[in-house]
Design a protein around this ligand. Structure first.
Ligand code: ZN
Ligand code: ZN
Length: 287
């Protein structure tokens, strides 16, 4: 299956197979995956007369493997640069829309934390976090349930850092704080949805929050975000409504701190990093 996909030219937006616009259904019905032949209930398919359907596993497979390898091998310390290295690599297809962006977010931040010496990450850890994401970052469900995969992606980073599992106190609270912040940011940016904008904003929020909560600084210099994806959006770029539509969008640490102050969600405690240092930073099993 993997070989077959590598031989084909995949489209970065719309239908992966033929590039036609996609249909989004309000009710799922049984469809057959073009790549693996799996029959399952789905709600997104190609509008061409060939009705292409790609299951979530196949939609994500080649880029997930690439993202995993990249996270483990990169020496990058800046999560924005790691993200753009993945998005701009011509050898991997990251569709314009899709939960790949949630995986890139988690991976880029954890790679940055690893390369700055804050945590150790093994392939088994990455498998664990990808498994968790697969449970809650599901293609198209941003529109069907109101939860974008970027939200649990941020929660997984905090869960890995704090050892949060169901039933823990401060660890779960602070994990839910970051998901609340991200959900609010996704809400602010929607109209229509844009996975690229969500990813960029989530990187800003998590970078600020990790600094505020744990004193982990992920960027040393200003970052200039340039969005090269405006013409690829199948539902239309938000243009001037999007903060990343301008030719240049500068991120710096002071701006990150300011953006956190804008939120209406406040949690008046800080987790003491020493309280979870005994976790050895090994992700616990999900509850
Ligand atoms: Zn198609
Ligand atoms: Zn499939």
């Amino acid at each position: 299956m993997y070989k077959l996909r590598k031989q084909k030219q995949e489209h970065k937006s719309n239908c992966l197979i033929c590039g036609h616009p996609l249909e989004y259904l309000s009710s799922a019905f049984e469809l057959t995956c073009f790549y693996c032949g799996k029959k399952e209930k789905g709600s997104i398919f190609c509008s061409s007369d060939r009705y292409h359907y790609v299951c979530d596993d196949c939609h994500n497979l080649s880029s997930f493997n690439y993202i995993k390898d990249f996270i483990l091998s990169t020496g990058g310390k800046n999560p924005f640069e790691i993200t753009f290295d993945i998005l701009n690599n011509p050898n991997v297809t990251v569709p314009m829309l899709g939960c790949h962006h949630a995986y890139i977010l988690t991976g880029a931040v954890l790679a940055s934390l690893k390369n700055r010496g804050h945590i150790h990450i093994s392939r088994a850890d990455i498998e664990e976090l990808f498994y968790r994401l697969s449970k809650q970052a599901v293609g198209g469900y941003c529109g069907l349930s109101g939860v974008c995969g970027i939200v649990p992606a941020g929660g997984i980073i905090y869960s890995i850092l704090t050892g949060s599992v169901c039933g823990k106190d401060k660890e779960q609270k602070i994990t839910m704080k970051i998901t609340a912040l991200l959900s609010k940011a996704v809400f602010d940016l929607t109209g229509p949805s844009c996975c690229k904008a969500y990813l960029f904003k989530a990187l800003e929020i998590i970078s600020a929050s990790l600094y505020e909560d744990f004193n982990f600084l992920l960027i040393d210099n200003d970052v200039d975000i340039t969005c090269n994806f405006k013409e690829l959006h199948p539902h239309g770029c938000m243009r001037e409504k999007c903060p990343y539509y301008a030719d240049s969008y500068i991120v710096n640490v002071e701006k990150l701190k300011e953006s956190l102050k804008d939120t209406t969600i406040e949690i008046n405690f800080k987790l003491d990093k020493s309280s979870f240092e005994n976790n050895n930073n090994i992700p616990p099993a999900p509850c």
